[in-house]
Design a protein around this ligand. Structure first.
Ligand code: C2O
Ligand code: CU
Length: 535
């Protein structure tokens, strides 16, 4: 086993990803953070040094953390936050996982301010290795000019019935272009911020790993004149399919291969943010929110695919795809199952433990604050006393199951089925920690309208983040084999911060047999002391 050591030094720095200068939460001085690359089977030892002023915790999105739940990085669930001025070492094996992942802060709304980057696990035996010559990692993200510490309180203000904060820009691999005429006069702003450029050589093939690291935005990704061959979804190799546009919601990842087989020239790379909102002027009794689509924001983010030998001074003249696939693509939805068929086929077992999660954003009548709910419970993390620490110190989680939105299942070698029902008129991209799952059902309707005979039980898609469509449902299953406390939440960061999250407590007994490392224990003492100092 090879051990890969990394260090992330977290500080705030003034950066202008889209031309507009703001204070950014950076990792080793950059936004996005560095691309962490390892090989299959490697152990990652990563030292986080926190000089951000506020506390932090880093999550490795998609990594199972088998037997290392305490390094999953969820502040208030699996660890205490790392106080400012402290370091913490994450130490975990990537097991037999391969493919495209990312890492991000899981401390309140902090990743919105910049703490996020890719995590790639290379596989020397990747079945598609011979089908490409080089690879690029491409992150898509939305971007705000105000810190999330300013925006979140507005979202959570009593009586507020608007939507999520309006994004200011979209970024491709940390670069975008803002029209500074819309900026306040005292802002430091440059309208000619450079576009991201990806260089290719005619005749070569490229694997693009596309990761949506947004706070809230759903993207369509495409490259003019170049079809993409889809080969991976969230660490799972899939049967290859040609597509012209790739829909990617928050937290999702795909790999595609493109062939540089067109005329030597410049071509637009397009990352378009779709407004996943109910149509204007509809009377909406379920979702009380109003529209936040803003016509002054550029939702059509572009980069350039530049062939070796093409002009470096002229812009592309290429046209956006409008073939049959592109015109039929449903906005704010996932690709159909038929595009996501795993190469290694599997059949989900029958469920031993079943849960129904009614998820919704709605006002809480007790305090008039609009919150996210799962089964009428809105999750608030207990930062100084995470559930993981409580359970490992002997507490029975059924004691806090109600107050901390926890679901317990202990069936060894069993299988969980979760039906997520979304009563809102907006989509919710749901992510599960500690597992991949089979997506066996997906459609419009609520309980009683869900037709189990339509469930896809023959080699269904396997992934870790799915779009639960408006007034619709998704049904997932996964094996009960990873003892721990696993978060299950909407990955629209605002919705998560509004409480749209549950804790899945898996195999209590086996979990309690594990020993919390001393450094993880010590973190809570440091955090509690730092809290005392700050009051
Ligand atoms: Cu990307 Cu709870 O995580
Ligand atoms: Cu949501």
């Amino acid at each position: 086993i090879t051990t890969r050591k990394f260090a992330l030094n977290l500080t705030r720095a003034d950066l202008a990803p889209d031309g507009y200068t703001r204070s950014v939460w950076t990792s080793n001085g950059q936004y996005p953070g560095p691309i962490l690359q390892v090989n299959k089977g490697d152990r990652i030892i990563l030292n986080v040094t926190n000089n951000l002023v506020d506390p932090t915790a880093i999550h490795w999105h998609g990594i199972f953390q088998i037997s290392t739940n305490w390094y999953d990085g969820v502040a208030g669930q699996t660890q205490c936050p790392i106080p400012n001025g402290y370091s913490f070492v994450y130490n975990f094996s990537t097991g037999d996982q391969t493919g495209t992942y990312w890492w991000h802060s899981h401390y309140l709304s902090q990743y919105i301010d910049g703490l996020r980057g890719p995590l790639i696990i290379h596989d020397p035996d990747d079945p598609y290795l011979k089908d490409y010559d080089y690879e690029y990692v491409i992150t898509l993200s939305d971007w705000y000019h105000s810190p999330s510490s300013v925006l979140l309180p507005l979202r959570l203000a009593p009586g507020y019935r608007g939507r999520n904060p309006i994004v200011d820009s979209g970024l491709i691999s940390g670069r975008g272009q803002y029209n500074c005429s819309a900026a306040p006069s005292d802002a430091e702003c440059n309208s000619d911020s450079p576009q991201p450029i990806y260089k290719v050589v005619k005749g070569k093939k490229y694997r693009l790993r596309v990761i949506n690291t947004s706070a809230q935005s759903y993207f369509w990704f495409s490259i003019d004149s170049h079809q993409m061959t889809l080969i991976e979804v969230e660490g799972i190799n899939i049967q290859s399919n040609k597509i012209s546009k790739l829909p990617v919601h928050v937290g999702q990842r795909y790999s595609v291969i493109i062939s540089a087989d067109q005329e030597v020239d410049n071509y637009y790379i397009r990352a378009t943010i779709l407004p996943c909102e109910p149509p204007p002027n509809t009377t909406d009794t379920i979702d009380t929110e109003t529209i936040n689509y803003n016509s002054s924001v550029n939702y059509n983010v572009t980069g350039i695919l530049r062939y070796d030998g093409a002009s470096e001074s002229s812009l592309p003249t290429s046209q956006e795809w409008n073939d049959e696939f592109a015109t039929n693509l449903a906005s704010c939805r996932d690709l159909n199952d038929s595009y996501l068929i795993p190469l290694t086929s599997s059949t989900p077992p029958n469920a031993t433990d079943t849960f129904v999660f009614n998820v919704t954003v709605r006002p809480d009548n007790t305090d008039n604050i609009t919150k996210g709910f799962i089964n009428n419970s809105s999750f608030v993390p207990d930062l100084s006393s995470p559930s993981l620490n409580q359970i490992l110190s002997g507490e029975d989680p059924s004691a806090f199951a109600t107050s901390l939105n926890s679901y317990i299942y202990d069936t060894e070698d069993g299988c969980v089925q979760i039906t997520v029902i979304n009563t809102n008129r907006v989509d919710h991209p749901f992510h599960l920690h500690g597992h991949v799952f089979w997506l066996i059902g997906n459609g419009t309707g609520i309980l009683g309208e869900i037709d189990e005979t339509t469930f896809n039980l023959e080699n269904p898609p396997v992934r870790d983040t799915i779009v639960v469509q408006p007034q619709g449902y998704s049904v997932i299953r996964y094996k009960i084999n990873n003892p721990g406390v696993w978060a299950f939440h909407c990955h629209i960061e605002w919705h998560l911060d509004m409480g749209m999250s549950a804790q899945l407590i898996e195999l209590r007994k086996e979990f309690q047999n594990l020993t919390l490392p001393e450094d993880a224990k010590a973190l809570c003492t440091e955090y509690q002391n730092s809290e005392k100092r700050s009051v």
